[in-house]
Design a protein around this ligand. Structure first.
Ligand code: FES
Length: 121
């Protein structure tokens, strides 16, 4: 279902905005002027990525450092830190707690007359 989610101007460049649509927590991300929509549920522990930094087309989960491509949701890095403090490689698997790298769900976005629509179907 196509749902109006925000105004383009509500989201500053290089930041995200969390919205609830159709019972889903969705993160709208503006990267290089384009808006992307990802489920705001990190596939590691299901935590919010709202405060995660965005750069070079990726968002990094603020909890344990997993990174995802904002356009495709593909995982580009998996569990490498705790609250921003880098973990040595040997302990990364411990913090991952057996979870294997996974992509985050993404949703199609359209922009019409300055409004952002997300297709949640
Ligand atoms: S909850 Fe996101 S990396 Fe752990």
């Amino acid at each position: 279902m196509k749902v109006q989610a925000a105004r383009v101007d509500d989201i500053a460049e290089g930041t995200s905005k969390c919205v609830k649509l159709d019972g889903l927590r969705i993160l709208l991300v503006k990267e290089k002027g384009e808006i992307f929509a990802l489920e705001n549920k990190c596939p590691h522990f299901g935590l919010s990525m709202e405060k995660g930094p965005i750069s070079n087309g990726n968002i990094t989960c603020p909890w344990h450092g997993s990174s995802f491509d904002v356009k495709t949701g593909a995982n580009v890095d998996w569990v490498n830190s705790v609250a921003g403090i880098a973990l040595p490689r040997w302990s990364q698997k411990l913090v991952a707690m057996g979870k294997e790298p996974q992509a985050v769900r993404t949703f199609p976005v359209t922009v019409e007359n300055g409004s952002v629509f997300v297709n949640t179907a």
